[in-house]
Design a binder for this molecule. Structure first.
Ligand SMILES: C[S@@+](CC[C@H](N)C(=O)[O-])C[C@H]1O[C@@H](n2cnc3c(N)ncnc32)[C@H](O)[C@@H]1O
Length: 183
C-alpha cells in the first residue's frame, strides 16, 4: 500500500520517521541552535547543529534554542519530556491534546509558555526535499518553551490560533514539579 500521510490510520511500521518540516514554516520561527533529531542527510538546514540517529539526540546534551519535530513512528513522550526539561525552543507535534504525553509535556509542563494550533494540515517534505502529495492527516500544534519563544510564536505570522499558557496552569505545574522533587 502506498505511504500516504503521517497521521492516517496506519501501523507504526508503515510510517516513515523522516517527515521534514516545511522550510517556509521554519523560516518564520527564526534561527535555532540545535535540531536534536535529523536524518543523516538534510536537504536544508534547520539549526546550527543537527543530531542524527547514529549520535542519538536523546543521549546528547542540548544547548541553546532548540527546534524539535520528533520522529512520528515512536513515542513522542521521551522527546517532548526532554524539551520540557530543556525549556528553550519550539516543538512541532500532532495536536493530540488528550494524550498522557501531551498533558505531561505541554499542559502540565512548567516551561511550556504558549501553543499555536495551525490552520489546516501540514504537507511535510520527504528526505529528498520533495513536498509530500498528501497532507499529514491530522491537526498540528507548535509549542513554545520559554517566554521568548512564546513571543516569537505570537508574532510569527504562521496561520493559526495562538494561546499563552494560563497562569493558573503554570503555577500548578510548578507546584506539582516541586512536590515531585520533594517526594
Ligand atoms: C520528523 S523528522 C524531523 C526532521 C527534521 N528535524 C525537521 O524538522 O525537518 C524526525 C527525524 O528524527 C530522526 N531520528 C529518529 N531517532 C533519532 C535519534 N534517536 N536521534 C536523532 N535523530 C533521530 C529520524 O531519522 C527523522 O529523520
Amino acid at each position: 500500500m502506498a505511504r500516504r500521510a503521517i497521521g492516517g490510520h496506519q501501523s507504526a511500521a508503515m510510517i516513515s520517521d523522516t517527515w521534514l518540516t516545511p522550510p517556509d514554516l521554519l523560516q518564520k520561527l527564526g534561527a535555532f541552535d540545535l535540531d536534536p533529531c535529523c536524518p543523516p542527510v538534510m536537504p536544508w538546514s534547520t539549526a546550527s547543529r543537527h543530531i542524527t540517529p547514529a549520535e542519538d539526540g536523546l543521549k546528547q546534551p542540548w544547548a541553546g534554542r532548540v527546534w524539535l519535530n520528533p520522529p512520528y513512528s515512536r513515542e513522542a513522550q521521551a522527546w517532548m519530556r526532554r524539551m520540557s526539561e530543556h525549556g528553550d525552543g519550539i516543538a512541532l507535534v500532532m495536536a493530540r491534546t488528550e494524550t498522557a504525553w501531551f498533558w505531561e509535556t505541554v499542559w502540565r509542563s512548567p516551561t511550556a509558555t504558549g501553543v499555536l494550533f495551525l490552520e489546516g494540515r501540514i504537507h511535510f517534505h520527504h528526505p529528498d526535499g520533495r513536498r509530500a502529495d498528501a497532507n499529514c492527516g491530522a491537526p498540528s500544534v507548535l509549542v513554545a518553551y520559554g517566554w521568548e519563544n512564546a513571543r516569537v510564536l505570537a508574532g510569527c505570522g504562521v496561520s493559526g490560533q495562538f494561546f499563552t499558557m494560563p497562569l493558573n496552569t503554570r503555577a500548578r505545574a510548578a507546584q506539582e514539579q516541586e512536590e515531585r522533587g520533594n517526594g
